[in-house]
Design a protein around this ligand. Structure first.
Ligand code: GLN
Ligand code: ZN
Length: 763
């Protein structure tokens, strides 16, 4: 019999219950006990949902983040909260977000605000974890309370529990040594805590524990590979059986290592690494379990179950009971329940599977493997019909789009002239001063804007009234910018609630869910639009708003678009063609918008690529291929314009060292980036590379309510000018201003414009 299990379940709740409970608690509007009760309730519900599996995960539930949970379990708290004696959960929130609940926080004075833990992306997903902090003196001290409580809850409910923990090597790999000491030197200290935890599991009657070591799918040097051997040798005497879980990619040169570790089973992500299974089977010890992640844990498409059985059946025949099946990775990265969706078009809905539906698929696969396909004939037939309908749907396939893609050639991505010639023509036309000032696009999303949008959605406001309301906001933004004395204006993006959704809603080939939320970090969730078909643009998307904005001023108005790579990276993307093809389709669609803006007289067009860097594959050896099509897509989008049209791009980060050649290759006339907190040091990459075009290094940290002074901005720009010739510098904030209030934005931009004037006089 094949064994079914799950690596992790989305914890946020089908209706984002956890998000709302957390935010209420933090605001002091509910008690800690109420929050904990909600956690208990969600775990119970999610285990019931997984009751049909042979093993359900325990310990995957977290109030904020599973990595931070692991830090608490290992007793690895940052120095700054170690002496706090408030409630553990409150300390946990202090590490996560700098503070716990208002009011309810009885230790606010002694254990009050601290710096929030640093957050970074969990492998190549859009989930962010709290980075464990280490130094040379870090000690570990096991606190098994969370597991003891949750295992007791699971036992009471009759759940066949499989605790899930992050493995010692990946845990160290994910963290950061604050004093630059060697993290691996901590391995001998962390292993006893793991050994003790495994013994606790044994004492609780646990049969299997899942130890996640996704670091095994990354490029590891000899030291890190040795660490795996040391760690698992040290843990091999524990009585509980260990399933070592890898996911998100192929093992490649770590394959042999992973197969030889003294554990009882290995989980392979068969969505990303199916071709490695044969090799893995050859090397796995005879008694080892092979867990195969046959269902995509990160996407929302139905699995082609018959196709999966075609390759699972032979595996089952050779492995017998040693074969386990599961989703490829934790379902944390998918929404909970497709049945919540009332508005998704029925045909498209029939192609989708959220977490609960993926577990249904798993049960069907197990039924077919254990009792033959005939035993689940109806389910397989329904699945086959859905797969067939998606494969042949005219809504997915557009011959016109496919023909346009086939016609793409290098000329499409080339500007008429080189940067130096273009720059001259642009400056003649725009007549900008030295150190020109601009902003990144959005202005504050005020209560009035949100109110008008929700009234429009609910039908209380008709299209004409909504348009009038947005035009009032645009006029306001333009007047404010004129009063501030900015040089290149923006319309303020009042009409957009999200920079990807706004475009997705207007493109053919996109669908939207109501409850397709995925946790991004803590209580923050995102609802990625669903790219299901060939992409095309039925009509212009931004031209009317931009024209209206331009009509309000004589200054140049910048057109604002989101680039193809960012739209792709922030969507659930179809799995029936390569990402590069979908990206090229988006590129052609946004290119039409660029050309329409140019035709409408817009002389400066910004194409945001906020998410270009985060699409980089996990392994550096695959970066080249990604960057090649990503940059090509941007070039197709941007470079069809005349020399006189100035193309800007914007990126919300500034670590460009390893991708600077690709950034230069995009050939935007101006790039604006986030640099204010790095004190301009991150411009070194541009300096070293001799980046040829113009740069707007951010001088206003928009994530903070603080107002930068004029002097501070002048100083930052002087540092920038040490690295980039002054005549190629712009002055702008780090990013869009939508999350700030006008009361903050006005003084900050006043100082920014004054700083630019000071620089001009000095220069
Ligand atoms: N133009 C967008 C804005 O200003 C850019 C946002 C972003 O870079 N994330 O809001
Ligand atoms: Zn940004």
């Amino acid at each position: 019999m094949v064994t079914t299990h799950n690596l992790g379940f989305p914890r946020i709740g089908a209706k984002r219950e956890l998000k709302f409970a957390l935010e209420n608690y933090w605001k002091g509007q509910s008690s800690r006990d109420e929050l904990k009760a909600l956690g208990t309730q969600l775990r119970e519900r999610h285990w019931k949902d997984q009751a049909r599996l042979d093993f359900a995960p325990v310990g995957d539930f977290a109030f904020y983040d599973q990595v931070l949970d692991m830090s608490f379990t290992l007793g690895n708290l940052p120095e700054r909260v170690r002496d706090f004696h408030g409630n553990v959960l409150d300390n946990y929130f202090r590490v996560a977000r700098g503070r716990s609940a208002e009011g309810a926080d009885d230790h606010a004075a002694c254990c009050g605000g601290v710096a929030a833990g640093e957050m970074t992306k969990w492998f190549d997903t859009n989930y962010h974890y709290i980075v464990p902090e280490f130094d040379a003196n870090t000690q570990f001290k096991l606190d098994p309370t969370r597991f003891i409580e949750q295992l007791a809850q699971a036992r009471a409910l009759g759940v066949k529990a499989k605790p899930v923990i992050i493995g010692p090597v990946t845990y160290l790999w994910l963290g950061k040594a604050k004093d630059d000491s060697d993290k691996l030197a901590l391995l001998p200290r962390i292993l006893p805590a793991y050994a003790a935890l495994l013994d606790h599991f044994t004492a609780q009657g646990v049969e299997w524990v899942q130890i996640d070591e996704p670091a095994l799918v990354t490029e590891l040097d000899a030291k890190w590979r040795d660490a795996f051997v040391t760690a698992y040798d040290a843990l091999s005497a524990r009585r509980v059986r260990v399933l070592l879980a890898t996911y998100f990619g192929q093992l490649q040169d770590n394959l042999d290592l992973a197969c030889k570790l003294p554990v009882d089973g290995l989980h392979i992500d068969a969505i990303n690494a199916r071709e490695e299974i044969t090799e893995v089977i050859k090397r796995l010890p005879d008694a080892s379990v092979l867990s195969v992640g046959a269902i995509n844990g990160r996407n929302i498409w139905k699995t082609d179950l018959n196709a999966a059985l075609d390759w699972l059946e032979p595996l089952h025949a050779s492995l017998g009971d040693r074969l386990w099946i599961a989703p490829s990775c934790s379902l944390l990265h998918t929404p909970v329940d497709l049945n919540s969706e009332q508005k998704v078009d029925a045909e498209i809905k029939s192609w989708l599977a959220f977490a609960l539906q993926k577990l249904d698929e798993l049960t069907v696969l197990a039924g077919a493997l254990n009792h033959g396909r005939a035993s689940v004939a109806d389910a397989l037939a329904a699945n086959a019909a859905a797969i067939e309908s998606r494969r042949n749907s005219s809504r997915v396939h557009s011959p016109a789009v496919k023909a346009a893609i086939a016609k793409i050639d290098a000329a499409l991505g080339k500007r008429v002239s080189a940067y130096a010639q273009r720059a001259g023509k642009q400056s003649a036309l725009l007549g900008l001063p030295a150190f020109p000032t601009t902003t990144i696009g959005s202005f504050p999303q005020t209560g009035e804007i949100r109110h008008a949008r929700s009234q429009f959605k609910s039908g209380e406001l008709d299209a004409a009234d909504y348009k009038a309301a947005m035009e009032r906001e645009i006029t306001r933004a333009v007047k404010e910018q004129e009063a501030l004395g900015l040089d290149v204006l923006v319309h303020g993006e009042a009409e957009r609630n999200d920079m990807v959704e706004y475009f997705g809603e207007q493109l053919d080939g996109y669908a939207f869910s109501q409850f397709g939320w995925v946790q991004s970090y803590g209580s923050r969730c995102v609802k990625p639009p669903i790219l299901f078909g060939d992409i095309s643009r039925p009509k212009a998307m931004t031209v009317e708003w931009t024209k209206y904005a331009q009509s309000q001023t004589a200054k140049p108005m910048k057109g604002m678009l989101t680039g193809p790579v960012t739209i792709l990276n922030w969507s659930f993307v179809r799995d029936d063609q390569s990402r590069s093809v979908s990206c090229h389709q988006l590129a052609l669609a946004i290119r039409e918008e660029v050309l329409d803006l140019e035709k409408a007289g817009v002389r400066v067009i910004q194409i945001d690529e906020a998410a270009l860097r985060e699409g980089l594959p996990l392994r550096q050896s695959q970066w080249g291929e990604y960057l090649q099509w990503a940059v090509e897509s941007f070039r197709i989008t941007a470079n069809g314009v005349q020399d006189e049209t100035q193309i800007h791009t914007h990126m919300c980060y500034s670590e460009f060292n390893d991708i600077i050649a690709s950034i230069a290759d995009m050939d935007a006339d101006v790039i604006t980036i986030e640099t204010s907190r790095s004190d301009m040091e991150l411009l070194d990459a541009f300096d070293d590379f001799k980046y040829p075009n113009q740069i707007g290094p951010g001088v206003y940290d928009i994530h903070s309510p603080n107002i930068p002074t004029q002097e501070h901005i002048v100083n930052l720009m002087k540092k920038a000018a040490e690295r980039i010739p002054a005549e190629r510098l712009w002055v702008n904030p780090d990013c869009g201003l939508k999350t700030r209030a006008w009361e903050e934005v006005i003084p900050a931009l006043t100082n920014m414009v004054a700083a630019a004037r000071t620089l001009r006089q000095a220069g």
